[in-house]
Design a protein around this ligand. Sequence first.
Ligand code: ADP
Length: 218
Amino acid sequence: MRIVLVGPPGAGKGTQAAYLAKNLSIPHISTGDLFRANISQGTDLGKQARSYMDKGQLVPDEVTNAMAEDRMSQADAAGGFLLDGFPRNVGQAEALDEMLKSKGVALDAVLDLEVPEDEVVKRIAGRRICRNDSSHVFHVAYNQPETEGVCDICGGELYQRDDDNEETVRTRLEVYHTQTEPIIDYYREQGLVVTIPALGKVTEVTERAMAALKSDEG
Ligand code: ADP
């Protein structure tokens, strides 16, 4: 299956993507994670991306599209993938359509994770992420790790993302509304959008998403 996950920052895309990818046996491709890996490795791509990310703005399309295409061309993605954080504007969605068309394949579904804005802000402000695996996500109030600063799952160090501060979050939400939300209409015209209410337990949201994908298939 080829699936795109959309939703505002803090909707739980990364968390859901990790579960769904495992359930569906397809790789989880997160452009945010790819950029962060480049930043921590000090690559040129990372240097280019960093200034945009720190401000909560989108990294320019030519950089992002090339990186996404490169990742989608790897062997493990030949039979399908779950895209998290890409595409993030209509230009990227068009570029993705071109990439898929040139390979003779197409998207199966676009899952739109729906969360109220006040919830999103609360989630992001207290979010702590494991350095070893970005799908190991905790929250200082809602999902505390047993030991402060330590990942329950793998013992890794928990940290707050540079762009998870209030000011940057506000910009990220604005960018989401103005640039990313239009892709939902773009995909709606292609009949691909499935809206998933993303409040409630992580496992409940995953079940909703899996059920939606199954009924979509049949
Ligand atoms: P979130 O969904 O929680 O906002 P991500 O990890 O997906 O976080 O993205 C973090 C940042 O990485 C974005 O604010 C943006 O600067 C950059 N980024 C990620 N994906 C893209 C993309 N497809 N196009 C442009 N910039 C991106």
